[in-house]
Design a protein around this ligand. Sequence first.
Ligand SMILES: NC(=O)c1ccc[n+]([C@@H]2O[C@H](COP(=O)([O-])OP(=O)(O)OC[C@H]3O[C@@H](n4cnc5c(N)ncnc54)[C@H](OP(=O)(O)O)[C@@H]3O)[C@@H](O)[C@H]2O)c1
Length: 292
Amino acid sequence: MLGQKLIHALANSKSFELIATSKGANRCLLTSGYTYRSLDITDENRVEEVFQNVKPDIVIHTAAMTNVDSCEQDHSSCLKMNVDAVGYLVKASEKYQAHLIHLSTDFIFNGTHGPLSEEEKPDPVSFYGHSKLQGEKLVQQSTCRWAIVRTVLVYGVVDGMSRSNIVLWAKDALEKGKSIQVVDDQFRTPTLAEDLAAGCILIAEKGATGIFHISGKDFMCVYDLALRVADFWKLDKSLIRRAKSTDIKQPAQRPPITGFILNKAKVNLRYEPNSFEEGLLILDNQLKIGNH
Ligand SMILES: NC(=O)c1ccc[n+]([C@@H]2O[C@H](COP(=O)([O-])OP(=O)(O)OC[C@H]3O[C@@H](n4cnc5c(N)ncnc54)[C@H](OP(=O)(O)O)[C@@H]3O)[C@@H](O)[C@H]2O)c1
């Protein structure tokens, strides 16, 4: 999701020459204004080969094994992607002196309180969270110029609608008249994918280093998020059933309260995210014109 948003934001840029990579063929509908290369980042030799050819000034590392429950059930694949591959990118960024911008998550925290600043102590409660924290440590120990972008519950429209998220899931179910169970004991600052891409680009433009919390600015529980989605699209709120995390059986534990304090990003980067409803309006327009 973030990778595609970066392509849309940076293709045909006057300031950057964009080389986008992912595993397999390009699935982004926009195919001009940048170059695409197939790259499986768990293949160390391919990583080295691509760096040698491209010699990037800046690397924005958006790929990850992001399905929290799959990570809980398949530790080996999770570690290959979220830790080992980060190591290959760190090594190559050091060798070719690239500015490495690495994506991480609120799931490195235990969720006892929020919203959280960059100074909070990590303490993950899931295997995904552990793996992303290990990835962060590899980046922090590296000698390259690095920035870590932690984010929270990203929503947006992906080309071909190949990936869903909480907003699209709730909208879709309510439109079909299906009732949904939504937890009221998990708190987040949901992030519009375009805002996250803008945050990464600000870091790239400013050559910023260190840890940045980049998310939306509205703090809410997931149940309220679903109500706000229903309000926005004038859908039937009575279909939304309040639930507790313990009611929903999932392999991985989620941190109850996260969400981010954005002061550092606002002051140092001039990062200004949309409100949640502004984000829904952007998404609605994209769905209407089919251009995302
Ligand atoms: N989404 C969220 O709510 C959220 C919240 C907090 C933090 N984050 C972090 O933000 C970053 C971006 O998240 P996202 O939502 O954009 O993730 P995403 O939509 O799941 O995208 C991850 C991409 O990585 C690709 N990938 C998987 N294995 C690969 C490999 N071996 N080589 C190259 N590419 C590979 C995936 O390809 P396939 O499509 O083929 O699988 C997918 O396109 C991640 O670091 C994530 O941990 C996300």
